[in-house]
Design a protein around this ligand. Structure first.
Ligand code: FES
Length: 160
């Protein structure tokens, strides 16, 4: 906890106070922290436990169970490849494998330069344009394996 900045402690305290009258506030608190900070490291979980009385083991269990929560910072660009049924039958596993191969990371990981995180999504409601890939909310329709390199380069070029 010593690593947390005073501003972060203040914000987390405010979030916990927001739900102090809720009978089961764990998910709500963690969702707000995830949205606010982008990840929920162990020292934050310990602070939430201290502030709310919820055991760290329970908080840790929730954070590690739901893929929405992350204990490490996400990359600047979060690539979500849909592996829902419609996308899967249109070859999204191959698209995911290509992203993985080019970026050198597995799903759930972030590149060492902090630029890209690769995630697996379940149906994002874009089945008509399967296979669908979302990058920071922008949806790429019918993304072909051969186009994966171009898509990555589009984002790398933005950083140049
Ligand atoms: S299955 Fe991929 S968008 Fe529906």
């Amino acid at each position: 906890m010593a690593k947390l900045q005073p501003g972060a402690v203040k914000q987390i305290t405010e979030i916990c106070n927001r739900y102090k009258n809720e009978p089961t506030p764990t998910m709500m608190i963690l969702e707000d922290i995830q949205n606010e900070f982008g990840y929920i490291p162990l020292e934050v979980q310990e602070l939430v436990s201290e502030l709310t009385g919820i055991p760290v083991s329970e908080i840790y269990g929730v954070v590690t169970f739901y893929s929405f929560f992350s204990m490490t910072p996400k990359g600047k660009y979060v690539i979500g490849v849909c592996l829902g049924t419609a996308c899967y039958v249109k070859g999204s596993q191959l698209v995911l494998d290509k992203f993985s191969e080019i970026l050198g990371i597995k799903p759930g990981e972030t590149t060492a330069d902090g630029l890209f995180t690769l995630d697996v999504l379940r149906c994002i409601g874009a089945c008509a344009i399967a296979p669908a890939v979302s990058i920071n909310g922008k949806v790429y329709p019918q993304l072909k394996v051969d186009n994966v390199k171009n898509v990555i380069e589009e984002y790398v070029a933005k950083e140049a």
